[in-house]
Design a protein around this ligand. Structure first.
Ligand SMILES: *Cc1c(COP(=O)(O)O)cnc(C)c1O
Length: 355
């Protein structure tokens, strides 16, 4: 893989102050650029700093942002709580329909913003036509590629102008540090850099060093996450306590064909619905022995999350249902443990529901 090639020669030239750029941070940026097929990048303290910095760099008062309805909770809050204060507009479109997206474009639409696969619905959006529509209308296409990682999907190859990562998740992969990055076209990244070097969300060199080391194991880790997730998803589909299972490369997934086209593999997240709703989720989660109960994802250890009461608790019940987040939905971030251990723990907790 490209990671085995030396991508940088560490140089301190031009590194006058680490809020602007730092050689260790530069090394991390260059590695991610090599993986994403990007011309340049800027690394930030968190994923949210990369998202916020990108919005503030390009969106002016009066501009409109078109987003997929399912975005990370804090991104949703930036749009709903703060965009209006700065005179910026946003709206959502169903990115599984080209006609719906075309109809939602306004004369002042400056940016399209989406995640694919989405959290926690695991909808997969077709980057091919989305990239084409953005080019036609001269709209910036920004993709949060956190769930797929560049190992599984490279949005720039479909015309994305900028790709954002919460490096905190799969990229770091071991729950040690926070980080974020935005990569893409050189002239656009230059704008992000000029904004961020003054406003201060820069990545710390220590975290950049940790993240750089993480990239050296990204391939082996992601392959193992995917191996485990594939087996788990297929096993869950067989269990009588489970209503449905979503995993991008399960043939039953509604966007299976798109996933097969643009993703190498399905990723480390598996989502399913329990038949017994909220009560069954509580009993299921309380019976888990190996899995950690928290709302993080992309760690070495497997994690079970109840989105309706944690990551998506700020949404109204109606908004949640529109995203498919019922009270019975469980999200598993599948870790690096032996698959027999992960599966045994989940199956014993499901069996305990007595369905
Ligand atoms: C976690 C996450 C973020 C935010 O990243 P932080 O590093 O926590 O700031 C953004 N997008 C997605 C899809 C995430 O999972």
């Amino acid at each position: 893989m490209r990671l085995t090639k030396k991508t940088t020669t560490i140089s301190t030239a031009g590194s006058s102050y680490s809020r602007f750029i730092n050689p260790t941070v530069r090394e991390f940026i260059d590695k991610v650029c090599a993986l994403e097929g990007a011309e340049d990048g800027f690394a930030t303290a968190t994923g949210m700093a990369a998202i916020f910095g990108t919005f503030m760099t390009f969106m002016n008062s009066g501009d409109h942002l078109l987003s997929s309805p399912a975005v990370f909770g804090s991104t949703h809050t930036i749009l709903t709580k703060y965009f209006g204060r700065w005179g910026m507009q946003y709206s959502y479109a169903d990115f599984s329909s080209e006609a719906a997206v075309r109809a939602a474009i306004r004369p002042n639409t400056k940016m399209m913003y989406l995640e694919t696969p989405t959290n926690p619905g695991l909808d997969v959006y077709d980057l091919e036509w989305i990239g084409r529509v953005c080019q036609e209308h001269n709209i910036l296409l920004v993709v949060d590629n956190c769930f797929a990682t560049p190992l599984l999907q490279t949005p720039i190859s479909y015309g994305a102008d900028l790709v954002i990562h919460s490096a905190t998740k799969w990229m770091e992969g071991q729950g040690r540090v926070l980080g974020g990055i935005v990569v893409g076209k050189k002239e656009l990244v230059r704008e992000v850099y000029l904004f961020c070097r003054q406003t201060g969300p820069s990545l710390s060199p220590f975290n950049a060093w940790v993240l750089s080391k993480s990239l050296e194991t990204l391939d082996v880790r992601m392959q193992r996450h995917c191996d485990n997730a594939e087996v788990l998803a297929a096993r869950l589909e067989q269990h009588p306590a489970v209503n449905w299972v979503k995993y991008p490369t399960l043939p039953s997934h509604p966007h299976y064909a798109i996933a097969k086209k643009q993703m190498c593999r399905g990723g480390g997240i598996v989502v399913f619905e329990l038949k017994g709703g909220r009560d069954a989720c509580t009993r299921f989660m309380n019976s888990l022995q190996l899995l950690t109960l928290t709302s993080n994802l992309g760690d070495t250890r497997s994690i079970a999350t109840h989105p309706a009461s944690t990551t998506h608790s700020k949404l109204t019940e109606e908004e949640r249902l529109a995203l498919g987040i019922t009270q019975g939905v469980i999200r598993i971030s599948v870790g690096l443990e032996h698959i027999s251990d992960i599966q045994a723990d989940i199956v014993q907790a499901l069996d305990g529901l007595g369905v």
